[in-house]
Design a protein around this ligand. Structure first.
Ligand SMILES: [Zn+2]
Length: 131
């Protein structure tokens, strides 16, 4: 399953986003269901996750069903933005990581987005569906 996705990872770039701050963008077309990159980082406990979110405003923590994964020291995935009309999905890989996959066909130059999936985000969301 890990075979051909690294090509995509290398074609993901970070630049200014219309959604919020910086975002990640693809420099090539990505067909639906492709594995785009592995999401990994520092594995932390639920308590530590809560502490980092509250005390450090850390918004880069993923949950994979087993563990909390702090991606704040990564160079790309931490910049992925929320959009209700998202084009990427996050699926389980193993206890310490996740896959970022293409939810639909994604065109060269598009920003990669996911549904953050927590209620508060929709209040602040600027996407066309929320406006
Ligand atoms: Zn929205």
């Amino acid at each position: 399953m890990d075979n051909n996705f690294e090509d995509y990872g290398n074609r993901i770039i970070v630049r200014d986003s219309n959604i919020h701050g910086m975002g990640i963008f693809t420099t090539s077309d990505i067909p639906k269901n492709s594995l785009i990159m592995i999401i990994s980082g520092e594995v932390i406990s639920g308590d530590e996750c809560e502490r980092r979110e509250e005390e450090e405003n850390n918004v880069y923590i993923f949950w994979n069903g087993d563990n909390y994964i702090d991606t704040s020291k990564t160079d790309k995935i931490k910049y992925i933005n929320h959009k209700c009309d998202f084009n990427c999905d996050v699926i389980e890989r193993d206890e310490e990581s996740l896959y970022l996959t293409a939810y639909r066909d994604i065109k060269k130059g598009e920003e990669l987005t996911i549904d953050y999936g927590y209620d508060e985000i929709y209040e602040y969301c600027n996407c066309t569906l929320c406006k």
